[in-house]
Design a protein around this ligand. Structure first.
Ligand SMILES: [Zn+2]
Length: 369
């Protein structure tokens, strides 16, 4: 098996980096007209800065207001708008669904794409895939693209003004990266691009974990005063770049499969991807029989930043046996990344591990309340 590492062509991050969007595009030879895809609130917040920055770079653009779901219909509308405007590049600005839609439309028109995440709530912005849903929000498919984004530009002042719960969710997604990467590296299984991991991807995944432990709590405090601090800068890089490169180029394992399983329980629907991944990681650690010092470190971090450590904290205070069985069945479906674990994983094992992780989390809370 060949080793494969992939990443965006350029990653730019910093306070008020939106002011440099036009210049950053110019450096890469990305010319207008551009189509910006964004929801109402980023449009209201960033329109003035786009005008100045893209104007100074001589990049003409139009803005397409995002309809709210990364669905085939919405993707088709963005493609239509890009065709009508003879767009040469698509810029997505907002949360995960907006960026996924921009990527999907750009891929089908073979146009370059720029991702400007306004949240650090998941590690999706740097990746070459989208999650596509029906208009009513049911999961339809993963779309995998040939290329990662041409540019990912993160304005940390915008992230500093975002809701804390979304930054915490991003930490949950990033917390699992190193543990899932380690499992994939040890088993020499395929990463998300069909190759073996590299020393580079594994090192980035480990740095992601160390950065969370060092800066997670302080970064969260920076959001209280909406201030860009060095800790927030490092944490945003961990949630977005380190976790993104780590998961895509090393691979996923049980934590993300348990997340997918949890989506089968309606009680979890009000919770973010990263929150469910955070609990999924505890289940992975139980399945892998990780030593108690590893468990203690992860539980300590999760509790300190407010990530869920119990079923009740992901909306499952009550978990009937049939729902638990459905969650475990979904987590162990054929093709799930849980099968990257170095031992055969069956649904009953996962059901047991979910209950054991919940018991450990509740025990932790009792001892530290
Ligand atoms: Zn994830």
């Amino acid at each position: 098996m060949l080793s494969i590492f992939c990443s965006p062509s350029r990653y730019t991050q910093g306070k008020d980096s939106t002011a440099s969007l036009g210049q950053e595009m110019r450096v890469l030879g990305l010319d207008g007209p551009a189509l910006i895809v964004a929801s109402a609130s980023p449009i209201a917040r960033l329109a003035g800065r786009w005008r100045t920055s893209l104007g100074a770079a001589g990049i003409a653009y139009t803005v397409h207001r995002f309809g709210g779901e990364c669905s085939p219909k919405e993707i088709a509308q963005v493609e239509e708008a890009a065709r009508a405007g003879r767009s040469q590049v698509i810029i997505g600005a907002g949360g995960g669904k907006v960026l996924d839609t921009a990527r999907a439309a750009a891929a089908s028109l073979t146009l370059p794409v720029v991702c400007c995440p306004t949240l650090a709530s998941s590690d999706a912005p740097c990746s070459a895939l989208s999650v596509v849903y029906s208009e009513t929000g049911e999961f339809l498919e993963y779309r995998i693209y040939r290329r990662n984004p041409d540019l990912v530009l993160v304005d940390t002042q915008v992230v500093a003004e975002s809701p804390p719960r979304l930054l915490i969710a991003g930490m949950g997604d990033a917390l699992a990266t190193w543990f899932e990467a380690k499992t994939c590296v040890a088993g020499r299984v395929k990463n998300m691009r069909g190759g073996a991991s590299t020393l580079s991807a594994a090192a980035l995944a480990e740095l992601c974990y160390r950065t969370l432990l060092a800066d997670g709590v302080a970064a969260l405090r920076a959001l209280e005063t909406r201030t860009v601090t060095p800790a927030l800068e490092r944490l945003v890089e961990a949630n977005t770049l380190l976790s993104g490169l780590g998961f895509e180029s090393s691979g996923l394992a049980a934590a993300h499969a348990v997340h997918n399983g949890l989506t089968a329980a309606p009680g979890t629907h009000g919770f973010f991807h990263g929150e469910k991944v955070g609990f999924g990681l505890l289940v992975q650690l139980v399945l892998e029989r990780q030593p108690s010092d590893v468990m203690t470190e992860v539980l300590g971090f999760s509790s300190a930043v407010g990530l869920p450590v119990t079923l009740a904290q992901v909306g499952l205070a009550e978990l009937p046996r049939d729902v638990l069985a459905a969650v475990a069945a979904r987590a162990t479906a054929a093709g799930e990344t849980i099968h990257n674990e170095p031992f055969p994983v069956e649904a009953p094992m996962v059901a047991e591990a979910i209950l054991a992780a919940d018991a450990l989390g509740r025990d932790w809370q009792r001892q530290h309340s």
